[in-house]
Ligand binder design. Structure first.
Ligand SMILES: [Zn+2]
Length: 270
């Protein structure tokens, strides 16, 4: 069984039927779902890059994403509400993460309320789409609310500079639980000397991440800190399962990465 720790309510996960089909096809037990940018359900596959990518290519992609995001036309309604409607119909399958833009005063003022209304099990932050800073007061306020509600924070980090700020932040806020998207900044994390007990890394990405990168992260941080995510609809689930399978890990390690670590972070068995 697989728990997908990172997915957007778009493409293959945009309707009750498509989510059910995916769950049956890939033996998914839980799908951690947040909205898609501006609640667009039929997102286009991103263009492939004309150069060989590595994990650090994410920083360049982020700059492009930030520009592209500004040019998306209108908002298509409340994405958190959209995910909630899916979850209500698939309560066994869908786990909702609340999308919060820390720079949106309405989001921040209503955060406690939204956590309760949507019964959110975590918070999703995206620095390429919402250009907040890790050393800003908004981020600190948000993390305090999440932590007091015992919610993990999934974060897509923008740049090396922001990774370094996040490391400082973690040192000062050791109780906050973070899931770092796309194995971003693992080199900086591993050199930091910071206590990473509450830090997890998600494996999602297509070409940018290779099996070797995942292997190295497992060796560096321990398999209990690596969680399987797909970033659907931005990357192929087949390719990402295949990448894990080809590492020839023990069943125990695979079970942790595919499912047990996520269940633990999400406190699903409590
Ligand atoms: Zn995402």
């Amino acid at each position: 069984m697989i728990t997908d720790i990172h997915a957007h309510a778009a493409g293959d996960y945009s309707t009750v039927d498509s989510i059910k089909n995916m769950a049956a096809k890939y033996d998914l037990e839980k799908i951690v779902l947040c909205t898609s940018p501006k609640n667009i359900q039929n997102l286009q596959t991103p263009p492939s890059m004309p150069f060989k990518q590595k994990p650090d290519s994410i920083y360049l992609m982020n700059r492009m994403n930030r520009l592209a995001y500004k040019h998306f036309l209108k908002d298509n309604g409340d994405g958190n509400q959209y995910v909630f409607e899916l979850r209500k119909q698939l309560p066994e399958l869908v786990v909702q993460f609340l999308w919060v833009n820390p720079l949106d005063v309405g989001h921040m003022d209503n955060m406690e309320n939204s956590i309760r209304t949507y019964q959110a099990r975590g918070i999703k932050l995206h620095q390429a789409w919402n250009p907040f800073k890790i050393d800003g007061i908004e981020f600190k306020n948000l993390v305090d609310i999440a932590t007091s509600n015992q919610l993990p924070i999934f974060i897509h980090v923008y740049s090396k500079k922001e990774v370094l700020k996040l490391l400082r932040f973690i040192r000062e806020n050791p109780n906050a639980v973070f899931i770092i998207g796309h194995l971003t900044g693992t080199d900086l994390f591993s050199e930091s000397g910071v206590n990473l007990e509450n830090i997890y890394f998600d494996t999602s990405s297509s070409k940018r991440i290779q099996g070797d990168d995942i292997k190295r992260a497992i060796d560096t941080f321990g398999y209990e800190h690596i969680v399987f995510g797909t970033d659907t609809p931005y990357a192929s689930i087949d390719e990402q399962i295949d990448r894990i399978e080809r590492l020839n890990m023990s069943d125990n390690i695979k079970e942790h990465i595919y499912s047990l670590n996520a269940r633990n972070i999400l406190a699903l068995d409590k």
